[in-house]
Ligand binder design. Structure first.
Ligand code: BJ8
Length: 436
């Protein structure tokens, strides 16, 4: 966003941010940094679809207009529920007439504040979100009436205890063998308990009718994202990896109906591009899958490096990516129990590395590689994320058997290693080109 526009926005929303008890001075620093980063990294991309204008607008107003919408919802008596994981059931939240927003941290900005309390050798995603709550610069945290954590990785689980000192934090007990009868039984009970909690917090009863409607609402969002993802299987891809990632990130914060409509509008434009054989990268640009830890806003580091090196990221095997939208919820009946069981079935198929065994993910990586005609996989691990770090062994073996090269990148949110990553990515792309 141009500096003048940013300053105007800052002025306009100060009273709202103050009412949310935000640290205005620190928040200004954050906005300036984010605005410049977006202007330097995302906006200069060539040949972007016209419909990306909406998503650029969303980002430019991500701490403004969208937060104002949430304030209006709250003024009308509705609740905002913050979440950190795609296991937090959006469908139940919307069925309670509440709104869910993503709170995962993707910025280095808040990490020093978190490190004043937490150990340094902890995953940056966790330090980032905890720091944002500590330093009061995230309007989504400040707008949340309740946050929902989950027992996935140890780092998150323990930080939720500390987070609960700052904001009411409800922790879902996610089974670590979710795809077993015992796991599903236990997840069903957790959903029942979460339903009761939502009813208590919102004062609204979750009826079968409401839950059915919200399942359809979220299914439609997932369908639109899947449609967009399917378009990236085309060669050349009609949209850049960075823009694809951006939309997957925005999916966790925008108004669901509007977002779904805008993604479908974008897909209509991309359909045209595909018909005309129009793409965003050179026809022979290596097609890359990024697989691993989720990339929360504004984590665009790896994608921009890969794109600048002349490759095309065509798919993210990630929770900010295929893991979020691959499966829909398909109820087999109309009762609350039927609907809850349908949610259990869908969520227990999410192949997160926190669970064991997680062969479903290895299978998914292999299938996506074929479907997207991928020529190489960049395995992305955040520092100190043991689950994804260890699971790289199995993924690499599976890819080797398919003669697909894999590059493992372990990084944080800082820019200190960008030059080194760039060199490694360039060398990796040379290997791929040698095979073309
Ligand atoms: S379902 S991937 S969104 S837990 S915070 S595990 S990076 S050490 S985010 Fe996740 Fe749900 Fe699983 Fe998906 Fe590692 Fe960091 Fe833990 Fe992380």
């Amino acid at each position: 966003m141009p500096t003048a526009a940013r300053e105007n926005m800052t002025e306009k929303y100060v009273p709202m941010w103050k009412s949310l008890d935000m640290d205005i001075e620190k928040h200004n620093q954050l906005l300036n940094g984010l605005g410049q980063y977006y202007t330097n990294v995302v906006l200069p991309q060539r040949n972007r679809p016209k419909a990306m204008g909406y998503f650029d607008f969303v980002i430019s107003e991500i701490h403004g207009l969208r937060v104002q919408e949430l304030a209006e919802l709250r003024a009308a008596g509705k609740k905002v529920i913050g979440a950190f994981c795609i296991y937090a059931p959006e469908e139940l939240t919307y069925a309670a007439d509440a709104t869910m927003v993503g709170l995962c941290g993707g910025a280095d900005f808040s990490v020093p504040d978190a490190e004043a309390v937490l150990p340094r050798n902890l995953c940056p995603l966790i330090k980032s979100f905890y720091g944002f709550k500590l330093n009061r610069t995230c309007p989504y945290f400040q707008s949340s009436d309740l946050v929902v954590g989950e027992t996935t990785c140890d780092g998150k689980k323990k930080v939720y205890e500390l987070l609960n000192e700052l904001i009411p934090t409800y922790v879902l007990e996610v089974p670590h063998k979710p795809d077993t009868p015992k796991g599903k039984e236990s997840w069903f009970k957790e959903l029942e308990a979460f339903k009761a909690e939502l009813e208590k917090v919102t004062g609204n009863k979750i009826t079968a009718e409401k839950l059915k409607a919200s399942i359809e609402l979220i299914n439609n969002k997932r369908k639109a994202l899947k449609r967009l993802s399917d378009l990236r299987t085309k060669s050349p891809s009609p949209i850049s990896g960075l823009d694809g990632l951006l939309i997957d990130q925005i999916a966790f914060n925008d108004d669901v109906k509007r977002f779904t409509a805008k993604v479908n509008e974008l897909c209509d434009e991309l359909d045209e591009r595909v018909l005309n054989g129009e793409g965003v990268a050179a026809k022979d640009a290596p097609r890359i899958m990024v697989s691993g830890c989720p990339m929360a806003i504004p984590n665009w580091k790896l994608h921009s490096i890969v794109q600048d090196a002349g490759a095309s990221v065509v798919v993210e095997e990630s929770c900010v990516g295929t893991r979020y939208f691959t499966n829909l919820i398909e109820p087999k009946g109309d009762s609350i129990n039927d609907l809850l069981w349908a949610i259990v079935e869908k969520y227990s198929q999410i192949p997160c590395a926190c669970f064991t065994p997680n062969d479903r993910r290895v299978k998914s990586v292999k299938e996506l590689a074929e479907q997207f005609k991928v020529e190489g996989v960049i395995y992305y691990t955040l520092q100190n994320c043991h689950d994804y770090n260890v699971e790289a062994v199995k993924v690499e073996r599976a890819l080797k058997a398919k003669d697909l090269p894999m590059l493992k990148i372990e990084t944080d949110y800082g820019t200190g290693d960008a030059a080194q990553i760039k060199t490694r990515v360039e060398a990796f792309l040379e290997i791929i080109k040698g095979k073309q």
